[in-house]
Design a protein around this ligand. Structure first.
Ligand code: NAP
Ligand code: MG
Length: 490
């Protein structure tokens, strides 16, 4: 036996190279057993409570309040008092100071908040650490910079704050949506009553400790928790001057009906069914990464997700083949494992909705592909899924699934791509992949979508306005545009 053979005998080469688990420390965040409602800078003991869980294990995390109409009323009063007794009249530079403080504290405590966001929401720690937290801090930094420059943002228009803003946010990016809502509202001089989603209240409640550390005056930000009933109470409260809502189109429409004729200001950021369009001259490997990021990022719980893939017919086969191969390498599992690509589905209810639409896709005749994948026994999980042979009329091509499910369609010419991309009641976002700059510009002109990415997908920046057309809602968040819904002008 040669020397080399003897060595191989002792240390056999493994047949596969698996990742060892790399869990983030869960004890980075100290949870309380029970949370109150944060009203007027104090914790109020709620009359009713419910349990919030970890969707990856179904284990309870804490008891939180289900705000009653009387408690919502207290929160609105606290917001009004804070607005009138100082917040709307302190120097704008002072307001900047608080926002800068909040931004810095969020950066300092980012690791703790990232763990909490993954625990309560099911998203991979890699995403909460690298996307949600840096962007949430960036939004506070960005709007801190505008707070004392409103006169320059809107020259000759004499901007004034509106009063108390009621803000209702969803469960897919709990802390980031809080930042998108609170930062521009405070920068413009308003006070806030915010309700996080029923399933993900914890980062918003934990954020109250950041407000305490920043010494924000009491009542400027009030956090009330609970299900849709609490949201509906905020919407109809006569003391609220403006509603900012992110969530489903159905609830958005109900809010719009409720507010008709009241004079309350409204912005709606609703669903989407975005087309991610791949032309035959695109860099295919990069495009495949963009497709994966477009739909499997955050389990597809993304309003601007690239959920309809439009591939030019001539490259259909290689794209689908590369995509399937890439799918097999996605790691689904423990949200707190740093190797995880796809975490848990946010709730039983959302899992049922995804399963129902996937079953409808199979029934209508689409071809399903799911890579081999072992899912944890407890918790809510869905295997990353691709449908081919999809017709435009299928429910999976029309309805928002809000899960890790991609529908693939084809096109031959740019005009056909535009027509198919725009064949949706939504209009939030789109992606274009091509080497030709002129084609990017031509497509961007014709696509009816608020945000269009070129040779990338799901990129966000606080300076860039975000929002939709048609049933995706109205109003913009981010950038100078994001201040306008919180101001009135003389
Ligand atoms: P949703 O019901 O519209 O939830 C959004 C927020 O509104 C939550 O805080 C929710 O509370 C609250 N809410 C519910 N009913 C209300 C009412 N009548 N008045 C005022 N506020 C109300 O959405 P969802 O049930 O979480 O998700 C359903 C679907 O919406 C998803 O499958 C997805 O298609 C879409 N969605 C879109 C986005 C987006 O970013 N555009 C985000 C999330 C969901 P609860 O948490 O208690 O329901
Ligand atoms: Mg709901």
């Amino acid at each position: 036996m040669t020397e080399l053979e003897r060595k191989q005998d002792r240390a056999p080469v493994p047949s596969s190279w698996d990742y060892a688990p790399a869990p983030e420390a869960r004890d980075l965040v100290q949870l309380r057993d029970r949370y109150g409602l944060f009203i007027g800078g104090k914790w109020i003991e709620p009359k009713e409570t419910y349990e919030t869980i970890d969707p990856s294990t179904e284990e309870p995390l804490a008891q939180v309040g289900q705000a009653t109409p009387e408690e919502i009323d207290l929160a609105v009063q606290a917001g009004r008092e804070a607005f009138e007794n100082g917040w709307s009249t302190i120097s704008p530079a002072e307001r900047s100071k608080y926002l800068f403080r909040i931004a810095r504290i969020l950066q300092e405590r980012a690791r703790e908040f990232a763990v909490l966001e993954s625990l309560n929401g099911g998203k991979p720690i890699r995403e909460s650490r690298d996307v949600d937290l840096p962007l949430a801090a960036a939004h506070f930094f960005y709007y801190a910079g505008w707070a004392d420059k409103l006169e320059y943002a809107f020259p000759n228009r004499k901007p004034r704050p509106l009063g108390v803003a009621g803000q209702i946010i969803p469960w897919n990016f709990p802390l980031l949506m809080l930042a998108w809502k609170i930062a521009p509202a405070l920068a413009a001089g308003n006070t806030v009553v915010l309700k996080p989603a029923e399933t993900t209240p914890l980062s918003a409640l934990h954020f109250c400790d950041v407000l305490r550390q920043a010494e924000l005056p009491p009542g400027v930000v009030n956090i009330v928790t609970g299900d849709g009933r609490a949201g509906a109470e905020i919407v109809k409260h006569p003391g609220v001057d403006k509603i900012a809502f992110t969530g489903s189109t159905d609830v958005g429409k109900a809010i719009q009906r409720e507010l008709a004729g009241t004079g309350k200001r409204l912005t709606l950021e609703l669903g989407g069914k975005a087309a991610n369009i791949i032309f035959d001259d695109a860099a295919l490997d990069q495009a495949v990464e963009g497709i994966v990021n477009g739909i499997y990022f955050n389990q597809g719980h993304v309003c601007c997700a690239g959920s309809r893939l439009l591939v030019q017919e001539s490259i259909y086969e290689p794209v689908v083949e590369k995509l399937k191969r890439r799918l097999a390498t996605l790691r689904v599992g423990d949200p707190l494992d740093k190797n995880t690509d796809v975490g848990a589905i946010n709730s039983r209810q959302q899992l049922d909705k995804i399963a129902e639409l996937v079953a409808a896709g199979e029934e209508e005749g689409a071809e399903i592909y799911q890579p081999p994948c072992r899912l944890p026994e407890k918790g809510y999980w869905f295997v990353p899924t691709v449908f081919t042979n999809v017709a435009q009329s299928y429910r999976i091509a029309q309805e928002e699934i809000f899960g890790p499910v991609l529908s693939v369609l084809t096109f031959r010419t740019p005009d056909e791509a535009v027509e198919k991309a725009n064949n949706t009641p939504y209009g939030l976002s789109a992606g274009v992949w091509t080497e030709k700059g002129s084609r990017i510009l031509a497509m961007a002109q014709k696509l009816r979508a608020g945000v269009i990415w070129a040779n990338t997908y799901n990129r966000f920046d606080p300076a860039s306005p975000f929002g939709g057309y048609k049933e995706s809602g109205f109003g913009r968040e981010g950038g100078r545009h994001g201040l306008e819904p919180y101001l009135e002008f003389e």
